[in-house]
Design a protein around this ligand. Sequence first.
Ligand code: SAM
Ligand code: SF4
Length: 324
Amino acid sequence: MAEVIDSYGRHLNYVRISVTDRCNFRCSYCMPPEGVQEIDHAEIMRYEEILRLCVVFRELGVRKFRFTGGEPLVRKDIVSFLAELRFQLPDVKIAMTTNGFLLKKYAQQLADVGIDSLNISLDTLDCDKFSSITRVDGLEKVFSGIKASVKSGIKNIKINTVLIKGFNDTEIPELLKFSKKAGVLLRLIEFMPLQDSIWNEKHFISSNEMLRILQGMGEWKLEDSFAFEDGPAKYYCNAKNGDRIGIIAAVSHHFCDSCNRLRVSASGNLRTCLFSPQEFPLRALIRNPDTAKLKNAIFEQIKSKPKCWRDIRTGKSHMSSIGG
Ligand code: SAM
Ligand code: SF4
């Protein structure tokens, strides 16, 4: 079995694929109010192309695919696509990142096709704040989506919260209570500086500060971090009651040494680092029946995966186009 190993010895076995650049939200940290210029439909990878790409990546040793966007659940026939992928690649992990707005409708279908994990983005429990950050009045729909996913039996469900000073930093206790009651795991994410977002240093909360906030909460006594799964999050346990929380220090503590991921945009561009502006168009090669050519191109691109984003730091892109 082939393996994709980059110039720094990292095994790249996890691919995040954006299935659409469209989104039903307009989160202010992700895109401008009018949205981003939509990619022409003809430019978006067709499902059969994504499937072929996944099969080829699987042959190269990839074990996990995460489908993201834009918002993956706005793409028509997404569940049938996942069912076909599960049928063709029964041994890979299939994950999705969603804003949860359409989950009530799709949760059971996702469970039925055997999705392994679901990340649901939720930054606040307050209706007005939710509408102001996402520019959509949809909190109740996200709540029902979370409920439906838990009920559907999907095992690994997490809530991802981008922590923004002055916006939701005081909500950590409520978010923890909410997640515990819902039966899902909360993860706090450092706010990343990306193009056109409302990011500025005053809004940034580092992972160390998040830990200080947690320690300052009377009922929390933090135990050391522990590994729970592959990925950038560090997980902490509350010694008092066993509660767990994840923290993703995407900005302050880079995890480049152990980065195992590649990204493919909705139009089929391969990106070897989230923060790198460099993309390689795979679409023509995906359409070409010569699999060796496609594999060679992937191997070639992997050579240019940077050692660390701190070395490049010129990349400025909309998160909605790279999928988070
Ligand atoms: N629409 C889906 C969603 O919101 O879950 C999937 C795509 S979205 C780009 C993926 C993740 O990126 C979301 O959890 C979102 O909160 C996160 N994200 C977007 N912009 C971000 C930023 N500037 N800093 C940190 N996380 C960001
Ligand atoms: Fe859409 Fe997700 Fe970006 Fe929000 S974070 S605008 S839901 S893609």
